[in-house]
Design a protein around this ligand. Structure first.
Ligand code: UD1
Length: 484
């Protein structure tokens, strides 16, 4: 089916229910009864400092961006996550050579043998769709399956497609694949003026990457201003791209003929950092975080202070949580610099035990309140009305078995478990592993009592006191993931 430039294809994509077959709720390679769970014994005090990993969302976009360059590139501060592993697999399937040593990833995209990204990988992770921009601008042709990802809404790609069409690409969607090619003998995208109906992070990134090698100048208006967009722009500039305005709502890109090698370090993950700030607040603990870029956390810090938690900047890249009595507040998720949707679930866990009533409004995604039912299982008092959650603070949460419904919801349940009385068991850890680099290992180091086990070992886990590892337990480790 060809998609004419003036047709909104979001309805088409919604009808296709892109998440239904391969949503991240779909059973993974392990049978359900073998999937690991996280046991948390709540109300332990945390102390010390935690090292924040590289930003997942930057890493994924920048890894797509390496496709723009025919020289070798080195990426540093790459987090160890299932989503990053999936992106590595996608790049390898396209012919890119990779060498990973811890947090350093060496990439050689000099020979891209394929212009078609593999369905089984792309369908599991939405960010992998972003390869369409660099592939198309470098090769003149690209085929990428419609994406999957968190089960938090339909998440169409119409803005990506329409932007590429404005740059002269022919795009058709057939059998779940988006096929794009560039017209004309020179197979080169043309610079264009693109206004995004919504400041989509992914569409801004796709189009910015596509424009780096296009002929002429591209202007993206109403662009996303997220720090990860700016990080991607800085990476592209380090390779010689001509980009200005990234981090504002208007980005200007002058296409160049080729990009060159670079060595680039990814920014710290503001969402992981925000999650640890909430961990300090919810456990009434003083903890420090580094490295961080405090200005990326401005909306999160402002809300924490409203709630009664002080955040102190001890050094330009170090923050400390000074806990206090928690009080209710209202939150509305918005594109950056508004409050991030990726912190909404974690703040809901926090407000669940704050004094008073809070209203949390989710405006970015249409189906991102599914953790409410799970938090209520732990004794929270939260009602959903449309895209609003009305949170009546309760004095305490009680441990319970709960199921993670998406990536950030899984973090919220871990946080709730840390604050709850008794034992919480979090299932659905494949969500957590997609986006957190060793969350439970880092929490353990701060003094949290938690442990990852597989169900067959639970009987022995029960009888094994914390701190005395049982040989049959798979104790939390960053290496564990449902895909390995
Ligand atoms: C990125 C982040 C994700 C974050 C989100 C919003 C990555 C890998 N993921 O996701 O963690 O929660 O930004 O900050 O960077 N939309 C359309 N048409 C499009 C594209 C998007 O309607 O073509 C809609 C989406 O359905 C959603 C909203 O725009 O309702 C925001 O999506 P977008 O900013 O594109 O998020 P992602 O890039 O997918």
């Amino acid at each position: 089916m060809y998609v004419p430039k003036n047709i909104k294809i979001s309805q088409y994509l919604e009808d296709k229910a892109i998440n239904s077959l391969h949503s991240s709720n779909h059973p993974l390679s392990q049978p359900e009864d073998e999937q690991p769970i996280l046991q948390i014994w709540g109300r332990a005090s945390l102390e010390g400092e935690v090292r924040i990993s590289g930003a997942k969302n930057s890493a994924l976009a920048i890894m797509a961006g390496v496709l723009l360059c025919s020289d070798e590139c080195r990426l540093q501060n790459v987090p160890i996550l299932v989503d990053v592993t999936r992106m590595e697999q996608i790049l390898e399937a396209l012919g890119v050579k990779l060498n990973r040593q811890g947090n350093i990833l060496d990439v050689d995209a000099s020979n891209i043998g394929k212009s078609q990204a593999p369905y089984d990988l792309v369908s599991q992770m939405r960010a992998s769709f972003f390869v369409i921009g660099p592939l198309l601008t470098r090769l003149g042709v690209a085929s990428v399956p419609l994406p999957g990802g968190c089960a938090i809404g339909a998440r169409p790609v119409d803005l990506h497609v329409r932007g590429l069409q404005a740059m002269g690409a022919d795009v058709c969607i057939e059998h779940g694949m988006v096929h794009a090619c560039v017209r004309g003998r020179r197979s080169r995208l043309q610079g264009a003026k693109i206004y995004l109906d919504y400041p989509s992070v992914g569409a801004t990134e796709t189009l910015m990457m596509a424009a780096t090698l296009a002929e002429g100048e591209t202007i993206i208006e109403n662009a996303a201003q997220e720090p990860e967009v700016e990080d991607l722009a800085n990476f592209c500039r380090a390779m010689g791209a001509q980009i200005s305005g990234a981090g504002t709502n208007t980005i200007l890109i002058s296409g160049v003929d080729r990009l060159h090698e670079t060595d680039y370090s990814i920014i710290p993950d503001r969402i992981e950092a925000g999650t640890f700030l909430v961990a300090g607040a919810i456990t009434d603990s003083e903890i420090s975080l580094y490295p961080v870029i405090p200005e990326h956390l401005a909306p999160v810090i402002a809300k924490l202070q409203e709630i009664g938690t002080q955040i102190v900047t001890d050094a330009p890249n170090r923050l400390r949580v000074v806990p206090g009595a928690l009080r209710a507040t209202d939150i509305e998720t918005l594109p950056y610099p508004g409050f991030p949707t990726d912190m909404q679930a974690q703040f809901m866990a926090l407000l669940a035990i704050a004094e008073g009533n809070s209203v949390i409004s989710e405006t970015v995604f249409e189906n991102r309140l599914r953790h409410v039912a799970e938090l209520n299982r732990m004794g929270a008092d939260i009602r959903v009305k449309g895209n609003h959650a009305i949170v009546k603070g309760v004095p305490r949460l009680l441990g319970a078995p709960v199921m993670a419904t998406d990536l950030r919801a899984s973090a919220a349940l871990v946080l709730a478990g840390l604050a709850a009385e008794g034992k919480t068991i979090v299932q659905g850890l494949h969500h957590l592993d997609r986006g957190y680099d060793n969350l439970e290992g880092k929490l353990s180091q701060l003094g949290a009592k938690l442990r990852r086990v597989t169900p067959q070992t639970q009987t022995s886990a029960k009888s094994s006191p914390i701190g005395q590892p049982n040989s049959q337990l798979s104790v939390c480790t960053s290496q564990l993931s449902p895909h390995q």
